[in-house]
Structure formats: C-alpha cells, structure tokens
Design a protein around this ligand. Structure first.
Ligand code: FES
Length: 212
C-alpha cells in the first residue's frame, strides 16, 4: 500500500531484529523500537523536542525490496514490510566509526568515552581540534530552551569545525531563568560547568528578566 493511500489511523507492520512490531503513522523506527522495548543507542534524541539527527549513533540497517540502507532511526519512518536490524555487523561498524568521530569532536567528555568503550572504541583516527571540548553540538540544549522552555537563551555561533554553543551576542543572557533544562538534557555533560556563563551572575541582575 502506498504511503498516500494509508489512512491516518492505520498501523504499520514491520519487523525489528526479526520481531513483528506495529507503528503508528507518526512514529519513527526509534519510537517504535522504544514502544516495543527494543534498545537503540541515542545521544541527540529527546522525546520532548523535534529530532535533529545530529549524532548518528542511532543508525539501523533497513532492508526492503532487495535494497539495504543505513539510516538514523530517530528520523526515519517505517514502511509496511520493512526489515530493520539494530545490531547487524554493518550497523556495528558504522556505530564504531560514528563513535570515533564523536571522540574527536568532544574528547574530554566522560560520557562519550564510556559509550565508546562499550563498543570497543578506545581511540580515534580523526583529528582532535580541542582536547578540552566536551560539547557535541547536538543542539538538544538549544532545542529544549526554544521549544520547551520558550526562552531562546542559547544558540550556535559559526559553522563547521568553528561551530560553538553560545548565548545570543555572546553575552550572559538575562532571559535565562536558570531552570537547568539544558543541563539535564545534555548527553555529554558539557553544560554542567557552563550554566553560569549562560545566565550570568543572578545577584547582579538589574533589568527585567523572563522570570519576573
Ligand atoms: S539520536 Fe538519532 S541522530 Fe542522534
């Protein structure tokens, strides 16, 4: 059945690791896996915000009609009859490669090192730009501040390897209410030390803030 002809409430039947599963029309492969208790590792996914698909750790192998693909499960919607493999040899190879890139991106993150070690990745072949970097630039903190808190206290500055998490105009932002949502969703621990650089010294505030 084509995607166009499917009705809104139809469930999609497909398999994950050989197990028959059903997805709602709006579920991704990752959401379906979670609904059925099937583990797929993630870093930049959080159910409270729209997925950005920036870490690529959640890759799975999909097979259908003689074609096989490696796709991020947090962004990919299933089709009827799709075969999904969450831990095939191909998936494991791609995931190890992704973890090497993540180790180069944020080499100081204990969380990333621990995750990499679980997959047998102890070092990286990619160039390390900043050995003290912990931020993955996954955008989860920016998204939760915008979409959930509605404050927009965080943003990204520059692009490519120079991309950095910043406050707008790179000054402490008195719109920040210090809720800590950004810290709690950060998958690498990078924001734990940075909350005060975002909100500034609360005792020195003079103007109106979001909280008042
Ligand atoms: S969790 Fe899917 S790309 Fe990060």
């Amino acid at each position: 059945m084509s995607a166009k002809k499917r009705k809104k409430d139809d469930l999609i039947d497909f398999t994950i690791d050989g197990q028959k599963v059903q997805a709602r029309q709006d579920w991704t492969i990752l959401e379906t896996a979670r609904q059925h208790g099937i583990y797929i590792p993630t870093l930049c996914f959080h159910p409270a915000v729209y997925p950005w698909g920036s870490c690529r750790l959640c890759v799975v192998e999909t097979r259908q009609g003689g074609r096989a693909n490696i796709l991020p499960s947090c962004l990919t919607k299933p089709l009827p009859g799709l075969e999904v493999l969450t831990d095939s040899e191909r998936v494991q190879n791609v995931r190890r490669w992704v973890l090497e890139m993540l180790l180069a991106e944020c080499p100081a993150s204990r969380e990333i090192k621990g995750l990499a070690a679980k997959y047998g990745v102890a070092s990286t072949r990619f160039a390390i730009t900043d050995p003290t970097e912990e931020c993955l630039k996954c955008g989860l903190c920016v998204a939760v501040c915008n979409e959930v808190v509605g404050v927009r206290a965080l943003t990204f500055a520059s692009r490519g390897v120079k991309k950095k998490l910043e406050t707008p105009y790179r000054v402490p932002n008195n719109m920040c209410i210090g809720c800590g949502c950004c810290v709690s969703v950060c998958p690498t621990g990078a924001l734990q030390k940075r909350l005060d650089t975002v909100r500034g010294d609360i005792s020195r505030r003079t103007g109106a803030s979001f909280a008042h």
